[in-house]
Design a protein around this ligand. Structure first.
Ligand code: APR
Ligand code: PHB
Length: 394
């Protein structure tokens, strides 16, 4: 088989890139290791920046998002028993974010791919990349027992943190930057009305808590937990008790509890691989970088990588600008490091790192300062709604 772009991975990065290229007549094949059902069973964050929603509209995969997404013009930061609203609209020059689950984004893009009839392979085994430094890289894999070979012009490595793409780059040609945090997030999904129509991020001496939602009757809550904890250690009752304890009293009165329909623990990590390209291979999304979920930047950063690669590939194929792709990594990394900084900062500010009372007082002073200063509020708001995309060279 031959194509212009081979896309490894059918998470949001791979599906969005594939869809955008399809609409421009740039041929591509998606190769995914898991089944569609497995891909859709993963529950991730659900806050979309305007740049992400604009790109999904360009991809013509946004009708349901525009109907069902919940516009958030602010969120609450709570600490020391008190709660302050961050007015995103006021402090970001009129912007907001959209609450719409990543699983739903993925489903909409999967449906669009099926409707377009574009080639894709799910449950691909033993995926390997070859001749990446040549003009004709090759992807090999086994599908339903048959060996497949795809010859292409470019490979987009959209296969997440554990994928094969980044591992195909020789270790002396890539530099890895990493911070692992000494705690995790225990998340639950419950068919209950959300505690509030806006998100609540809460700093508490027992640890961080977050209240989010997927719809008027589907809530997503998190509490900071120990990395040694197992899901079985956390009954629903223990979870609700802990959440209540970490939220300000005026909020807990609105909390409706119920049986969890999903419960999982996720570790927190900051990670960046540089450069994000090697020969004809381009790393996109989680394959190149991870942020802790505290600023909800993971999917949004993946979307800004897709935006950059999509526009550079258009310049390459439609304007025959063979030179521009060399800029992919440097264009992406400028925005990525700023989002890494913000996610690290939100994480550092809101979590319990130790029993050190001095550290906690400093966190509370920092929260009090940022939420009482116009400059501080603007800094939080403009980062939360998403910093501008780097301009594409012309
Ligand atoms: N071959 C083919 N596919 C693979 C391979 C492989 N060797 N390894 C992993 N994959 C697939 C995974 O099964 C998954 O479906 O690649 C996909 C990667 O998807 P995600 O992990 O969701 O990554 P990405 O598409 O970049 O999504 C952006 O940012 O912070 C996050 O929550 C956010 O998951 C979101 C991500
Ligand atoms: C979520 O809705 O799952 C969510 C929202 C905001 C975050 C992280 C996760 O910062």
């Amino acid at each position: 088989m031959k194509t212009q772009g081979a896309i490894i991975g059918a998470g949001p990065s791979g599906l969005l890139l594939g869809r955008l290229l399809d609409l421009q007549g740039i041929a591509n094949i998606i190769i995914e290791a898991k089944s569609p059902e497995y891909v859709l069973s993963r529950i991730r964050a659900g806050v979309l920046e305007q740049g992400t929603t604009d790109l999904l509209r360009t991809a013509q995969g946004s009708d349901r998002m525009d109907r069902e997404g919940l516009v958030h013009e602010g969120f609450a930061l709570s600490f020391a028993g008190d709660s302050r609203r961050i007015d995103l609209k006021k402090y970001s020059g009129g912007k907001s974010v959209l609450g719409y689950g990543q699983t739903e984004v993925t489903k909409d893009l999967m449906d669009a791919r099926i409707a377009s009839g574009a080639t894709q392979f799910y449950e691909a085994e033993q995926v390997t990349l070859h001749d990446i430094e040549s003009d004709h890289p090759v992807v090999r894999f086994v599908h339903q027992g048959t060996q497949q070979r795809i010859e292409c012009e470019y490979i987009a490595g959209c296969d997440g943190f554990h994928g094969v793409s980044r591992q195909s780059i020789p270790s002396d040609r890539i530099q890895l930057f990493e911070r692992v945090y000494p705690f995790g997030w225990l998340g639950i999904l419950s068919r209950t009305p959300p505690i509030s129509h806006e998100l609540i991020y809460s700093h508490h001496e027992r640890g961080f808590a977050l209240c989010s939602m997927r719809s008027d009757n589907l809530s997503r809550y998190y509490v900071q937990c120990s990395l040694d904890d197992r899901v079985e250690d956390w009954s629903d009752q223990r979870f609700w008790d802990e959440l209540c304890c970490r939220l300000p009293a005026e909020s807990t009165r609105q909390l409706v509890t119920g049986a969890s329909i999903e419960k999982s623990i996720a570790p927190l990590r900051s990670f960046v691989a540089e450069p994000m390209q090697f020969g004809r291979l381009f790393l996109v999304g989680d394959a190149a970088h991870i942020v802790p979920p505290t600023g909800a930047k993971g999917l949004n950063l993946a979307a800004s990588d897709v935006y950059t690669l999509y526009h550079l590939l258009r310049l390459r194929y439609q304007d025959r600008r063979h030179d521009v792709l060399a800029q992919y990594s440097s264009l992406c990394l400028r925005r990525i490091w700023k989002a890494e900084r913000f996610s690290w900062w939100m994480t550092s500010l809101l979590h319990k790192f130790s029993d050190d009372p001095f550290g906690r007082k400093i966190q509370e002073a920092e929260l009090a300062y940022y939420t009482s200063s116009e400059a501080g509020l603007s800094t939080i708001a403009e980062n939360y709604v998403g910093l501008p995309y780097e301009p594409i060279p012309n």
